[in-house]
Unconditional design. Sequence first.
Length: 261
Amino acid sequence: MTEIKKTLAILKNRWPEVTLIIGLSILLALSNKLFRIEEPGLAPAFFLPFFIFVMALIVIWSMLNFGFQRTVYLEGDRHQPPMVLLKTGRRFFWRMFRLGLLWLPIYCILIWLAFLVTKLFTSVDTGFSETAQSFPLLYQFYFIIPSLVLIKPLLLIPAIIIVLDCKVLEGFKYLKRYRLFDAKGLLMLFLISIILPFFLVLLPKADESETILQYISIIVHPIIGQFLNLIIAVTAIRFVGSLDLVYDDQPVSSDFEDLKE
């Protein structure tokens, strides 16, 4: 719990950056909702600029997020302006993009296997997509299985890449140096993050006419999810950064002051 408290203290002291990152995630959620509402009659002239806007927003949000994590490692709880976060995060954007491409097929295969195995031992006879409507709790369960199977690399590979400033494959090489069970607080946060969707599924759904409740839900979900993701990311960064490792024959210290670029 001490480590989580230290993480929360960092997020509290750097609240302007946290607010910016969470605010952009809300804007992305609202953009996605707008697209789904307007999609049937979406004018071609509107689609391309809207698509470019959303893609640009994703890139900016990602660079701010990665820049925030890197500067947490280098600067601790010292506030950094957005341009510094963007410049710092740009260095890691394509690495994380490649990591995502690597995760995607593995994750999809594990989700599909969870779906097939579940069908063997239950009376569920719906397709994968239909399960989301007919058996929402079971549908969420499909996504928990890959998260549990890949728990160590999911939690630590991004943090290793950011802390050691290494490439994706090098991150996997360094993974064996860390014992995940030494980070009990991080494990607890991760388990909360994968259990949380079950509670969100149980919340009463707003009727299609209740647009105010719909948009409140759209706003609340990314606030909770993104804040929890930031807590997990910063805790993982601090865990990886707390160990003295050797990278490119240079000691990697946990002291922020020694690591300024």
